[in-house]
Design a binder for this molecule. Structure first.
Ligand SMILES: C[S@@+](CC[C@H](N)C(=O)[O-])C[C@H]1O[C@@H](n2cnc3c(N)ncnc32)[C@H](O)[C@@H]1O
Ligand code: SF4
Length: 419
């Protein structure tokens, strides 16, 4: 098999693995969700989803709704109720990730919610996402005072033609740069997101975006390969051109050329940072995580479950004091181990000792063939601490894209059917 075929092969295998996550049962076994033995330091994080945006980008694969103030205020109330249910089950958290949507859409509610977290937990770190149009001195001040450690801003591109195609010309490229500079240096980590392999995006445009990121001196950038779920793919292809994954590697090669060295470090295969920086990939930071909010997913001790994506159902279940879970899957031991492998590869490192601690068995025994494959093609190196090599970066990126694409299929189904 030639090296060029590896991404195709891993893509196929991961897609098959990811599809298992689509087979969810509606029998919800929430009595086994308990926080005992999973203290704040035992590696469980809390993800909080705020699904409201001022406009909806056509390519976006997350659960999001057009902002309506009444419904957003009610939503924040429900979030507290959901959190209370987890507290009653003995959960405690110290690392928090606000994602969206747009978490800053109602600043007073956000601050009130963060205060609620501080009242209930010993807060160690908070990461939060927002869009450039929300960034101004006042917002930055509020976020800093609230104790946000990592601020992540979805830039996507600085190119106005591309921003227009993405439905995001609400803030043109030059204005985005000015707003980013307002925030740079104000948080432990400032991250910006880019999308690559968008239909119509040229390699030159992408090179210019990466160069602008470096020139601005921002701490960190995360590069998302465009991921489309089946229906979104049809809609995107009708609206733009074909989504051509064969072009993807050309974009990724630029990331590697510009950011694999030159003072940056890969925090994940998609995220490159100067110095030691926080990342928002709670899925690799923590072995277990709970997601609250409409459309969040959770993994606790090998149980994968999803919350309702519907705002009405979210409200209804919480009014009845029930966790808003609508889909459930208990992973088999082997699925759980492979999920662990995927997320650690995504974070570019696997620690054999940590694997042993989690599974009480050795990785060499249980994932022998997988590791053999990765070693054989030079995709990983090292013994006790296994790391992804430069050559392994793109195949792992493909694996993660495929895995997320499966989750997007699930999201799309739940959103369309309002489950
Ligand atoms: C959920 S958004 C939240 C950020 C914020 N709402 C914004 O748009 O600026 C986080 C990131 O996901 C990425 N994203 C959204 N949809 C995507 C898709 N279909 N494929 C790849 N990345 C996507 C974008 O880069 C975006 O910045
Ligand atoms: S990309 Fe961000 S702003 Fe656009 S719809 Fe998705 S969450 Fe909202």
């Amino acid at each position: 098999m030639s090296v060029e075929m590896i991404p195709n092969l891993v893509s196929f295998i991961t897609r098959r693995e990811g599809q298992k996550f689509l087979k969810l049962s509606q029998e919800i076994n929430d009595s086994i969700i308990t926080g005992s033995g999973l203290g704040g330091d035992a590696g469980i994080s809390l993800y909080i989803h705020i699904p409201f945006c001022r406009s909806l980008c056509p390519f976006c694969c997350f659960n999001r709704y057009l902002f309506k103030e009444d419904s957003a205020r009610q939503y924040f109330k429900n979030l507290k109720k959901e959190l209370d249910l987890y507290i009653q089950k003995g959960f405690t958290f110290s690392d928090f990730y606000f994602g969206g949507g747009t978490p800053t859409i109602l600043m007073d509610e956000l601050i009130d919610f963060i205060d609620y977290l501080k009242k209930n937990f010993e807060v160690k770190q908070i990461s939060l996402e927002t869009t450039p149009r929300e960034i101004n001195p006042e917002t930055i001040n509020h976020l800093k005072t609230a104790g946000i450690n990592r601020l992540s801003i979805g830039v996507q591109s600085f190119d106005n033609d591309l921003l227009k195609a993405m439905g995001r010309l609400f803030c043109p490229g030059e204005e985005i740069k000015e707003r980013l500079l307002m925030a740079q240096g104000k948080f432990d980590t400032l991250n910006i997101d880019f999308v690559f392999n968008f239909p119509g995006q040229s390699i030159d445009t992408f090179e210019a975006d990466v160069a602008a990121f470096k020139k601005l001196g921002i701490d960190q950038a995360t590069f998302y390969p465009l991921m489309a779920s089946p229906h979104k793919k049809d809609a995107l292809e009708r609206r733009f051109n074909r989504i051509d994954t064969t072009r993807e590697k050309k974009f990724y090669d630029i990331i590697l050329r510009e950011l694999y060295t030159d003072g940056y470090k890969a925090s994940t295969v998609w995220c490159f940072s100067r110095g030691k920086r926080m990342i928002d990939e709670y899925i690799i930071d923590s072995d277990d995580y709970i997601g609250i909010g409409a459309g969040s997913v959770s993994i606790v001790r090998g149980n994968f479950y999803v919350n309702t994506f519907s705002l009405d159902r979210y409200q209804e279940l919480l009014t009845n004091n029930r966790l808003p879970i609508v889909g459930w899957r208990t992973l088999s031991e082997a699925e759980h181990r492979r999920y662990y492998l995927l997320t650690k590869l995504f974070g570019t490192r696997i620690d054999k000792g940590q694997f042993y601690q989690r599974f009480n068995t050795s990785i060499d025994q249980k994932l022998r063939n997988e590791l053999l494959f990765f070693r054989l093609f030079g995709l990983v190196q090292g013994d006790n601490k296994i790391s992804v090599t430069r050559r392994g970066m793109y195949p792992v990126s493909v694996m993660m894209r495929e895995f997320f694409a499966s989750l997007n299929t699930l999201r799309e189904h739940y959103i369309e059917k309002q489950i």
